[in-house]
Structures are given as C-alpha cells and as structure tokens.
Design a protein around this ligand. Structure first.
Ligand SMILES: Cc1ncc(COP(=O)(O)O)c(C=O)c1O
Length: 363
C-alpha cells in the first residue's frame, strides 16, 4: 500500500528521546519543552509559542485566551476537519459557517462580511491542505468590525502568505503535530502569537493556572486545564524541526511532479498556488469533475484496489448532527468540493515512481 501520509523520522529523534528517558525528564517540565517553544517561534517568526498536547487544545486555548465564550459567534469554514468547530462549542460559543473558494479550497473572504452580527467576536480561517486563506482581507474585515482572528494553521505549517508564515498573521495561530502532519510528535500542538499577553494567558490556562510566586504553591486563581506537552514528545518535536525545510521542499516537489503528470488529464482539477502564496501541499488535493467519467468515490475505490491510499475531502461540518442548526451562508462550493475532492498520497518519503504509478491509474 502507498500510504496517504506517514511521518518522516530521520534525524535526532531517538537521541533526544533517549536523553529524556536516561535523565528521567519525561513529563511536562523539562528543557525540551522550552526549547521546542523557542525553536518553533524562531522558525516561524512569531514572538511567542506555547506547546500543547494537541492542535485541538491549542485552538481551544486560543479561544479562551481571547475571552471568547457563551453567546459569542465565531465565523469559520465548514470544509474542514471538525476540530476547530468543536472547540468553538467547547467554550460555549456558536460557529457560523462561510463558504470556501473553488480554486484554493479555503475560506471565501468575500462571503465573510454578510455573516457578521453584533455577536460575532472572531474569524477562524482554516488553511486546509496547504493553501493560505487571503489573510489581508481577513485582517481588514477583522479590523473594521473589531474582531479577533485565530488561524487554524494545523495543516499548513510551511505555507507562506506574502512571505509570512501562516499562523503568524492573526492574533493567534494554531498548529498540530499529529502523526500525519508535516512534523510530528505523535500527538501535539502549538499556539503562537505576536502579542505576548495572549501567549502568556494561553500558557497560564494550559498549566492549570499555576501561579509562580512565593507562598502561592497550589493557588489557582482561575479554572485551568492540563493541556501541556510532555518533555519526551517535545524532544521529538525539536528533532523534527531540524529537518523541516527538507520536508517542505519534498512536499512541494511531489506536488509539482503530480501537476506535471496530471495536467492533461481531462476532468481532474489540480491544486493551485495564488500569487503571493506558498502552498506547502501538506496533502496533494485534486477535484474529480463531471467530465472525468467516473465519480470521486469510484476513483478512490479504484486507487485503493491498486494499493494506493486516497481519501475524500472533509465532509462539510454544517451537515453533521451537532451543527445542522448552525447559521451559515450559501454553501454551494463547500458542498461541491465535499463531493469532488480527493487527497492523494503525500508523505515526505513518497518516491517519484510512486507518483508515476498513481498518475498512471488516474490517467
Ligand atoms: C484543520 C485541522 N484543525 C485542527 C486539527 C486538530 O489537531 P489535533 O489532531 O492535533 O488535535 C486538525 C487535525 O489533526 C486539522 O486537520
């Protein structure tokens, strides 16, 4: 089987993890926790980074750190993994769904403004599969309506918008280090901000609102959470980060080769890279159009039978039982992409022969 997306472990992972085990620094305090935060912030040019147990926890902390809660509305796309939408509910707020663009698969910024109400507190753009949302427009709308912006950059570490790393443009950005992500710690996440007060609040909440003051041991002024990442996993993160540029290049090379081999296949729409964007192509994503001849699901079945793992795009969240009643605008493109999209194998270790084999079946 050619897998969809498996981790790449080729560096100092064993060495750094062994060091944690040898020294007993396995839990949530330890030098690798601090190092991973510092190295990550430096790498993506964010002022501060806070490491978490997964990307979902980072998103929830982002909402809580900005004071979003009961009665508030958060604008989000529906063509996404469900996690960011769930976190809006965790804090007691309501998701409001907007449509996506057909060419980039991410939030259609021209449809945001008509969904804003007096209850709207934030916009949560999700950079799915690698293409950045048009962040200039998001920030312009946010400024005009006094809203926060939380970027879900979990799938787009390595993507750039006008030279800036996605996740560093809004008030807070969130990343995931799940096993299928560009870099992994098995499970893990990171929250970044250029505003130290938001990052500090997130760190405080993630550590059970622990107070570091004399005579204040075990005094907790607010309800907190244990969303910390253990040192042993942070050690893996540090090692993974050392090779990130090679991983980004590999993903982009794979996408270019796929594009070259599929460009003349009738009925397949290829992923793009808009001017000013760098698409990391975390998962190579294409659309199976009407004139391809067979349906998206049949294509997936055919690929699977040939030993290739492929998966459909996300099922739009506004169709799922907990979210059916939520407010949304027109969802024409979201619904269409939910039925037409396919992710093809995209591991860093994917070989050119694998791509040739996959494309030979699609051609
Ligand atoms: C778009 C998106 N947001 C959030 C998450 C949540 O990250 P995690 O699985 O680390 O909780 C994921 C996936 O893993 C995701 O794909």
């Amino acid at each position: 089987m050619i897998p969809l997306c498996i981790p790449e472990i080729r560096g100092n992972e064993w060495k750094y993890i062994k060091e944690c085990l040898d020294t007993n620094w396995v839990s949530s305090v330890g030098s690798y926790v601090n190092k991973f935060e510092e190295d990550f912030a430096r790498y993506i040019h964010a002022k501060k980074a806070v490491v978490t147990m997964n990307g979902t926890a980072a998103l929830e902390l982002a909402l809580r750190s900005l004071g979003i809660g009961q009665g508030d509305e958060v604008i989000v796309s529906s063509l996404t993994f469900i996690s960011p939408v769930n976190t809006i509910k965790y804090v007691g707020a309501e998701p409001v769904f907007v449509d996506v663009c057909r060419d980039t698969y991410v939030m259609d910024v021209d449809k945001i403004e008509k969904m804003i109400t007096p209850k709207t507190k934030a916009i949560l753009p999700v950079h799915i599969y690698g293409h950045p949302v048009d962040m200039d427009k998001v920030m312009e709308i946010a400024k005009k309506h006094n809203l926060y912006v939380i970027e879900d950059a979990t799938e787009s570490l390595g993507s750039l918008y006008k030279g800036k790393a996605v996740g560093t443009i809004g008030h807070i950005g969130c990343f995931s280090f799940n096993g299928n992500k560009l870099i992994t710690t098995g499970g893990g996440g990171m929250l970044v901000s250029n505003d130290e007060k938001f990052a500090e609040k997130a760190k405080f909440l993630s550590t059970q609102t622990k107070v570091v003051e004399e005579n204040k041991s075990f005094y907790h002024p607010e309800i907190g959470f244990n969303y910390r990442m253990p040192n042993v996993l942070a050690a893996m993160g540090c090692a993974q980060l050392e090779n990130i540029d090679e991983y980004i290049q590999a993903k982009r090379d794979h996408a270019m080769y796929y594009n070259e081999l599929l460009k003349d296949v009738k009925g397949i729409t290829l992923p793009i890279e808009k001017i000013g964007a760098r698409n990391v192509h975390w998962l190579y994503a294409v659309l199976i159009e009407e004139d391809y001849g067979i349906s998206r699901d049949e294509v997936i079945k055919r690929l699977n039978e040939k030993g290739i793992e492929a998966r459909p795009f996300f099922m739009p969240v506004h169709h799922m039982p907990p979210y059916k009643e939520c407010k949304h605008g027109d969802m024409i493109i979201t619904d269409e992409l939910g039925e037409r999209g396919i992710n093809l194998p995209s591991s860093v270790s994917l070989k050119r022969e694998d791509i040739e084999y996959i494309c030979s079946i699609l051609s």
